[in-house]
Design a protein around this ligand. Structure first.
Ligand code: PEP
Ligand code: MN
Length: 337
């Protein structure tokens, strides 16, 4: 429930109502605006009804939050949230490009790839030290050694690093090394991981599950916000459909839809979204055109020898072509690159 106070309501009036909400066992929220103080109450609506807040002389109106995801919803928080990952801000006027290999393979591989993407304008490095693989025989990442390489290269180049955490057991180590924690598609509904990551104090890059509805993605984000973290970037990375020509079907409808429903930034991953290198540039341009706040894109110094996702990884010169092609599209939609 959103509780709008009258203009003359004092801070003490607001605190009094917040205390009543908390005493009833609901979660009180304080959202001071420039003109009005707005309060929130999360929890059982029947308990809330028992508080009779509509008859409080300082309450102007009560508005139910209809969406099941309350904190994530624009009903609760109308303006865009800017997520800060190191020195990069996502969700504002700049269209952000996070680029790097699927996995950290060697120090030279990560460093050479990162140098190339930095030279062509990427703002952050992506690479996995822990890789979720469909086959137990696939390269699953170097774990702690990969994290150390990632941190060293990020520090050397002055770029924030985004990397996946797959298991709560690794969370402390990933938090120590990363600027943002990625939750992968396969873990989008790992609720214990979501709760733990929500409390970890680092920005989160939350990928849509390959069979997840948009509402389920937004409810997964709600776990993170409910745990106290509003620094969450959502990622559309393609979903499973009947179409088998591509690895996934990139759901670009989701971008303007999600932007209407939530204040959180949304980025597109055209690499996993297509699985095919030659489709990455056109779909990245489409992502910028339909309102995404950035892209998460796989680039490898030599995709032909990549240990994972080589077929969808751009060569460095293709990444340059991507950045060149993005600029006019990004400018056409009123943003900067
Ligand atoms: C990745 O980003 O390399 C990855 C494993 O992505 P997803 O979880 O979207 O499959
Ligand atoms: Mn990958």
């Amino acid at each position: 429930m959103i509780i709008v106070l009258k203009p003359q309501a004092s801070r003490a009036d607001a605190e009094n109502i917040l205390a009543r909400i908390a005493e009833a066992g609901l979660e009180p929220l304080h959202m001071p605006g420039s003109e009005r103080v707005v309060l929130g109450a999360l929890g059982d609506e029947r308990v809330l009804a028992g508080l009779n807040l509509e008859s409080d002389p300082m309450v102007e109106s009560l508005k139910p939050i209809l969406a099941p995801y309350k904190l994530v919803s624009r009903e609760m928080h109308a303006h865009d949230t800017i997520v800060r990952i190191g020195n990069m801000a996502i969700g504002g006027s700049a269209f952000q490009v996070i680029a790097g290999p699927c996995a950290v393979e060697t120090r030279d591989q990560l460093r050479n790839t990162a140098l190339a993407v930095k030279a062509h304008g990427a703002s952050a490095i992506r690479a996995g030290a822990y890789k979720p693989r469909t086959s137990p025989y696939g390269f699953a990442g170097h774990g702690p050694a990969g994290l150390r390489i990632l941190r060293e290269v990020g520090d050397e180049l002055g770029m924030p690093v985004v990397t996946e955490v797959m298991d709560t057991a690794d969370l402390d180590l990933v938090v120590e090394h990363a600027d943002a924690l990625q939750i992968g598609a396969r873990n989008m509904q790992n609720f214990s991981l979501l709760r733990a990551v929500g409390k970890a104090g680092k920005p989160v890059v939350l990928k849509r599950g390959m069979s997840a509805k948009i509402e389920e993605l937004l409810l997964a984000a709600e776990y993170l916000l409910a745990a106290g973290n509003d620094q969450v970037v959502l990622v559309e990375r393609g979903i499973r459909t009947f179409e088998t020509a591509m690895r996934n079907t990139l759901d670009l409808n989701a971008i303007p839809y999600i932007k209407q429903k939530t204040h959180l930034p949304v980025v597109v991953d055209p690499s996993h979204g297509t699985g095919i290198r030659d489709l990455v540039i056109p779909m990245a341009l489409a992502a910028a055109a339909c309102g995404a706040d950035g892209i998460l894109v796989e680039v490898h110094e030599n995709p032909a020898v990549a240990l994972s996702d080589g077929a969808q990884s751009l060569y460095p010169d293709q990444f340059k072509a991507l950045m060149d092609a993005l600029a006019p599209v990004v400018h056409a939609v009123g943003r900067t690159l």
